[in-house]
Design a binder for this molecule. Sequence first.
Ligand SMILES: Cc1ncc(COP(=O)(O)O)c(C=O)c1O
Length: 408
Amino acid sequence: MTNILNENYRNAKIFFDKAKKDYIYSGKKKYIDLSFASGTAILGHSSTIQTKIFKDFTKKNLSLFAPNKYTLDLLKTLKKFLPDHYTNIIFCNTGTEAVIKSLRISRAISDKKVIANVSGSWHGSVDQLLYMPKKNLLPRQISDGLNKDDKKNLIFIPYNNIIETKQILDKVKKKLACVIIEPIQGSLPNEISFNYLKFLHNYTKKNKIILVFDEMITGVRTGCKSVQEIYKLKPDISTFGKIFGGGMPIGFLALNNKISKKIKKRKLNIHFGGTFTSNPFTMYSSNETLKYIYKNKNKIFKKIEKYSKIFQESINDFCLKNELDIKVYRFQSMLRIIFTKDKINNRFQRDQLEKNKNLKIENFKNFLLQKKIYYPNNGIIFFSNQSSKENLNYLLKNFKIGLKKYFG
Ligand SMILES: Cc1ncc(COP(=O)(O)O)c(C=O)c1O
């Protein structure tokens, strides 16, 4: 027997074979999905439009990997979704790849090595960033097989702590290739970070440091836009993916004019290629899906935000009344249950307070699974355009029973 070592398979108890609307199926058993493919399936599973797009594409019978027209079509559509300070796009196959390339560009342009990452941000399976901050913010590696130099070249700055972040950046700013941040973090989705983002934005501009926003989850999801657009911030490079793929794997970078010009002027030879890069299936699927989302944006975003808000408020009310040490955090349609109600500003504080509750959390998740509710592996809860009111009520009822049972 050959085993699959990927994390999501190592501990899997159930294997799914079908997905429709807000359900995922394992044989005849169906589960209400709260993951929606880590938030990518914003239109729900096997939506009519998605099925049509896939069908239409197969009629084109394209196995073409030479530069294709669909990429140009997508480029036009992307204008509606991205802030207009971006002048160049680099397509990749995953978010991880986009982040890797954003670091490569930053280092090539700045000729510097050190990367400042913000505590609590997640950027995928990127060797240079597979570290977590210890209490003193020194990086602790979270994977074996990493290069020791990467650790030396990484510093953490504390999310939502402007004073300490400034002190650290002041010391290392001359060595920095870039500052990278997941502006709204999946580990703590809420709106408290605006001042921090604004500070990072102004600091990096003033000190001519490249600022990278990783909007893998928030791209499109933030009302068809991105966090930077609603907060009126202009990072130099942004990385996107997930929903943008229209059901296919994708990642891409958007570069502002300053970065694009530097690459050109200095004739930098930075590698961006890949076999599946801009493959026509992804480009076509992405373009058609985005056009649909844009056309129906009011309806789609109104619905998923409404469901997310109801979920948050109803569970939080319940926890308050029953004195449960739990709080649901939310940024628009991105939700997370945090297993403490203490005030926390960052993931480190969250992990400290949740640490002793791991067994209870596991039992709670198993309880949900028995109730045929699929709780996301990464803890980030999403609704989709096909989530039903009936299922929302069922979810609320069973979450409350489970929370009281295991945390009451
Ligand atoms: C903010 C963020 N950046 C990067 C990634 C990596 O993307 P991918 O899994 O497509 O490689 C993720 C994935 O969860 C993410 O949430």
